[in-house]
Design a protein around this ligand. Structure first.
Ligand code: MLT
Length: 199
């Protein structure tokens, strides 16, 4: 997968996944707001939709291609194992951080595999309603969303949150008053949540 690794001074690595039309550079400033010391592994989706980079295909806005999502989720998890070995970082200290399309890939990984102890999902959707979550006790998830987000409606954020909680995950949910855009207030909430988890 197209990516960049930036070595920091911690054992923790933030794994960054951008939204539709983004690049691997987009979320680096946000990650640096969370920690100036953490390792960063940042990915660029190589599924192109009218020239826009994504991490998996979709049939229309909000209508995910579940077969491709499954394939790309497996590919993502394999890539992380390989990257951990290549860059000499601990796979179990990787904290993925995704926005929108990137958050949906991370959400999908949580459904298929108890893949991460901690994850940050900015404006995620329910990835695949046909799947049942594994037992997620010990996993912690930060979710942020916009109260009036037309792409990820509040009802869907609530559904994802309660589904994760029912599976045993500890979920912190933060809303801002706007739509699908990332706002500084959710970055600040994410920082307060993630800093104690970085080592
Ligand atoms: C997706 O396709 O993952 C969602 O519609 C979010 C997005 O617009 O990227």
């Amino acid at each position: 997968m197209i990516h960049q690794f930036i070595k920091g001074t911690t054992e923790t690595t933030l794994v960054l996944l951008h939204g539709t039309g983004g690049t691997e550079q987009d979320l680096i400033p946000l990650a640096r707001e969370l920690s100036t010391e953490v390792n960063i592994l940042t990915l660029r989706g190589d599924v192109l939709e009218n020239g826009m980079s994504r991490f998996f295909r979709r049939h229309a806005e909000g209508v995910l291609d579940l077969e491709d999502l499954k394939k790309q989720t497996e590919r993502f998890l394999t890539f992380l194992d390989e990257a951990a070995a290549k860059y000499g970082v601990a796979r179990d200290k990787m904290i993925p951080l995704g926005y929108s399309n990137g958050a949906n890939l991370i959400g999908s990984a949580l459904y298929r595999d108890n893949a991460f102890k901690a994850s940050l999902l900015f404006h995620p959707m329910v990835p695949d309603r046909s799947l049942t979550l594994p037992y997620l006790t010990g996993a912690t998830v930060f979710i942020s969303a916009g109260e009036r987000d037309p792409i990820c409606p509040k009802q869907e954020t609530e559904e994802l949150t309660s589904t994760l909680r029912e599976a045993g995950a500890d979920v912190e949910l933060f809303y801002h008053g706007g739509g699908h855009e990332l706002r500084m207030e959710e970055v600040e909430a994410a920082r307060a949540w993630v800093v104690p988890l970085i080592d």
